[in-house]
Each structure stands twice: as C-alpha cells, then as structure tokens.
Design a protein around this ligand. Sequence first.
Ligand code: DX5
Ligand code: ZN
Length: 222
Amino acid sequence: MNHIAVSILNCDFGALNREIEMINDSSAEWFHLDIMDGVFVPNISFGFPVIQAVKKKATKPLDVHLMIAAADRYITEFAQAGADWLTVHFEACTHLHRTVQNIHQEGMKAGVCLNPHTPVSVLEDMIGDIDLVLLMSVNPGFGGQAFIANTFEKVACLRNMIERKGSKALIEVDGGVDLRNIADLAKAGVDVFVVGSFIFRSTHPLQTIRELTEKSSPKYVI
Ligand code: DX5
Ligand code: ZN
C-alpha cells in the first residue's frame, strides 16, 4: 500500500484551511505534521493549536512526526489533539520500548524515526512492536533539503529485517522526495513517501500529488 503523506511544514499557513482542502481533495492518503522544539532540532515549527485546526478539517489520518526532546511528556496531548500515527525519534528516547507502549495505550499507531547517521540495526529487537519506521533522508529540522542517497541502502536493509522478523511495520521516507527519486524508492520497498516542498513549490500542487502517486504506485514501478 504505497502512498503519499503531505508535509504541511512549507505550506501557506495564512491559508491553512485552503491547503487542508487541497490535500483532502488530492490522491495523498495522509497529512504529515512536523513538530519541532528548537532543542532536538535547530528549528521550531508548530504545536497543538495547529494540529487541532488540521484535525477539524482533515478527512485523512494525521501522521505526526515528533522532533522534540521530551516526547514522553506529551503523548496524551498528541492523542487528544488528533494524531492517528505518532512517530518519535530513536535518538531522543532513552526508554524507547516504554514510549512505544505508551503511544499504543493512547490508541495511536507507533512509529520510530531514525536520523541519517543511525543504522537500522538498532531496531532489531523492537521491529515487531512498531507499526512504522520513518527513515530520515535529510537531517531533520527543515524542509527543502537535498535527498541523501545512502537512504536506499537503509531501505533495503530495513525491508530485509522486516521480512526476516515477520514484522508488519511500514517503511516511510522523509526529506527530499520528488518525482526524480520516488519510483526508485518505491522499487526499493518504501510504503509511505513524505513530500513537502516539492508539492508546495509547484504551480499545481494537486497535479503534482497525482504525478507522485502514479510514479510510486506498484503498477508504474513493475
Ligand atoms: C524535515 C521534515 C520533513 C520535511 C519534508 O525535518 O521532517 O517532513 O518537511 O521534507 P521536504 O520539504 O524535503 O519534502
Ligand atoms: Zn517529517
């Protein structure tokens, strides 16, 4: 089930309702919301009021990506704000297994994100407990950065681990995804493609999402 998760980080926040409607009308299946605290990453994005505003209008699941140092403290609040999928960073969670349990207890799907320098092998003992692995294909903090090519090897390695361990985890890739690399990523085994700037910089975002969906679909890839 390949699909696009639209990152709103670089959308027009002054016209948020219109941007949400555009995503509702598009072929994308998820909203991707990037939460940054200025501590874990060198940038601050948005918090609960924006998540709530998106939830009110969105007709698709919210995929919330936490780039914050103290994720454990806010898990209940993210559930209440409307997160359907909650992803935390491996590098920010000392007791990752407990964090994942807490996310599940709040009724959300749990994701774990790995920075570009973190090998997928760190998830060997947990892959059966998580619903999604988010591989950063840029260093987290900003939209619009160049895709790191080593991500392809990580996808292959992760796909192998997931099959070996009989895990049902989805593989999601985040950062620098566009029409040049999406088909190859799908071929490598990626399930969910986060795309932000490539959509919001384009002249026709709806059409761009349609093209990304087509290029990542199994039909095109085979
Ligand atoms: C980066 C964020 C991404 C970003 C998407 O820290 O996690 O979700 O908005 O990247 P681009 O803009 O490259 O598609
Ligand atoms: Zn993200």
